[in-house]
Design a protein around this ligand. Sequence first.
Ligand code: PGA
Length: 272
Amino acid sequence: MQIKVSDTFLQPLIKINRTMRAKIVAGNWKMNKTAQEALTLTQEIIEGLKNVELGANKQVIVCPPSLYLSSVKNTTENSKLQVGAQNCHQNDFGAYTGEISVPMLQSLDIPYVILGHSERRTYFGETDEQIKEKVDKVLAYDLKVIYCCGELLAVRETGAYFDLVKQQISTALFHLTPTQLQNVVIAYEPVWAIGTGVTASPEQAEEMHAHIRHLIAEQYNQEIADQMTILYGGSCKPSNAASLFSKPNVDGGLIGGAALKADSFLGIIACM
Ligand code: PGA
């Protein structure tokens, strides 16, 4: 006999699992803003957050250009806003002109680093093997990783996007211990949705997020998978954030363009 589990029965279970993990809205400013503009935006976000009840499991992060990490970090002192870097080098120190290292980030008390963003992969040729080295370095210094994955439009069109994301995640993350994995957040960012105005539908996001969570459950276990925060990124804005974030496996967003104005960023935070 087949037992049919009704939705009304499943809903509370989904809720319990969701409340176990952190929800995050992170702003990736990319190569934008002058020094003064960066500070003004930081202050506006901090001001706006004073009216927001974040609770214990919700976090807001901004990732400014590395040049401003120090000043933005100082501005966020005693506020609810956290700061992350957009990238780092895989070595500790040395002759790598133009790069920044994890010990440098640690010395500024920066808790998060975005790794594997599609722009790093496309314009700077980063491979999953290199990203894996960076992941290891960030975790070795007790910082946290926001690991980006996602397929190009051509891959979406061939239908091979589940396999592609599986390959990205398994190469860069699946050598980690369960304890190390606790310091990783995954951001699913379909490349065709980044900066294009074309957002993945909530259903498209949900099916990939559920797939990623299933892969983690297979590799580790269900409890670890349930604790993993999985963000969506790609043309997320105040008008579509609520429907994306309402999906059971979407735990927040990594925001590009809409993070460059306090109003729109705060509008997205309100949907978390
Ligand atoms: P977007 O960028 O919100 O401008 O599409 C997202 C990202 O690149 O993280």
